[in-house]
Design a protein around this ligand. Structure first.
Ligand SMILES: Nc1nc2c(c(=O)[nH]1)N[C@H]1C(S)=C(S)[C@@H](COP(=O)(O)O)O[C@H]1N2
Ligand SMILES: [Mo]
Length: 308
């Protein structure tokens, strides 16, 4: 199997929320200020990081942790923040890594954190519902965990599974989705350096509503690919089923790459509302959510209208 190894993505510096917010205010001054950032001193360098989040100020901790999708805790945007911290027990937490690999195993979450480099990555995040945020994540590059497990050449996909426990996740008592929530990536997507297993936000532990203690982040895909509260990572030969594709195959495909030219059957994907902007402001949605330069090569030759 050919595993592409793009140049490593430099991790941004550890930055406290106060500094992010100062930058946000700075950028809020408009185009002149943004132009100044080009020649900005080191304290502003993280604005123009390698992940392509230029001029995209991070959302606040409050925005990121109070407007969520996590259907295991209800379908309203404020339900996860209200409900998840009450019932989700994130310790002890075990992640099973198995399937087609030489080194399967069960790992305590705290051991995973100890064994791996935790990086800081500020990514744009685009929900299929046409809202977006910018989130300063901390986490483990997915490919580090994959390399450790030594997948076999027959492993073509990686499947992820969320915890199944209606006691802790009361939303699983209602058949909103086919529980547990599952997701998947092709092996080359999973090995891409942008794919992250997030363990924190703003250098603080991941809150329950954001998918504690471990959730996937795939910034060039719609938000539903970024599965929360992961308990299992499995290497497969066949393309795994994915929760939203199973529930509405005509609306959600396996790839789910952000594509402003392919509308959802019920709404346009051309523009998005950034949480924190005024209610009427819309921003243009970018191909691959702005990460085309880094990821478009993964899909060369594929018809992205058919493989949505
Ligand atoms: N297990 C699970 N993971 C999930 C979801 C969910 O309902 N359950 N929602 C997805 C959707 S649609 C989005 S947009 C993101 C939201 O992540 P955030 O709340 O951290 O912004 O989580 C994704 N991961
Ligand atoms: Mo979403």
């Amino acid at each position: 199997m050919l595993i592409r190894r793009p140049d490593d993505i430099p991790s941004s510096e550890i930055t406290p929320e106060r500094d992010y917010l100062d930058r946000r205010r700075f950028l809020g001054l408009g185009a002149a200020a943004a132009a100044l950032a080009v020649v900005a001193p080191a304290s502003l360098a993280a604005c123009a990081d390698a992940e392509g989040a230029q001029a995209d100020a991070p959302n606040t901790w409050d925005e990121i942790t109070s407007y969520n999708n996590f259907y295991e805790f209800g379908t309203g945007k404020s339900d996860p923040a209200e409900n998840a911290p009450k019932t989700l027990k994130t310790r002890p937490w075990t992640v099973r890594i198995d399937g087609l690999c030489a080194r399967p195993g069960q790992y305590a979450f705290d051991d995973l954190v100890r064994q791996n480099r935790i990086q800081s990555r500020t990514y744009r995040f685009r929900c299929v519902e046409a809202w977006s945020m910018v989130v300063p994540w901390n986490g483990i590059p997915l490919r580090d965990m994959i390399a450790r497990a030594q997948p076999q050449p027959s492993a073509k996909y990686v499947e992820f599974t969320t915890l199944m426990d209606p006691e802790q996740m009361p939303g699983q008592r209602r058949r909103v989705l086919d529980w547990p929530y599952v997701e998947g990536l092709r092996m080359d997507e999973a090995m891409h350096p942008l794919a992250l297993l997030a363990t924190g936000i703003y250098n603080r532990p991941l809150p329950a509503q954001n998918g504690a203690p471990l959730r996937l982040v795939v910034p060039w895909k719609y938000g539903f690919k970024s599965i929360k509260s992961v308990v299992r990572i499995r290497f497969t030969a066949q393309q795994p089923a994915t929760a939203w594709n199973v529930s509405a195959p005509g609306e959600y495909g396996f790839f789910a790459n952000v594509n402003p030219e392919v509308d959802h059957p019920r709404w346009s994907q051309a523009r998005e509302r950034r949480i924190g902007d005024g209610w009427f402001r819309r921003r243009d949605t970018l191909p691959f959510n702005g990460y085309a330069e880094q990821v478009a090569a993964l899909y060369r030759g594929m018809d992205l209208r058919r493989y949505y």
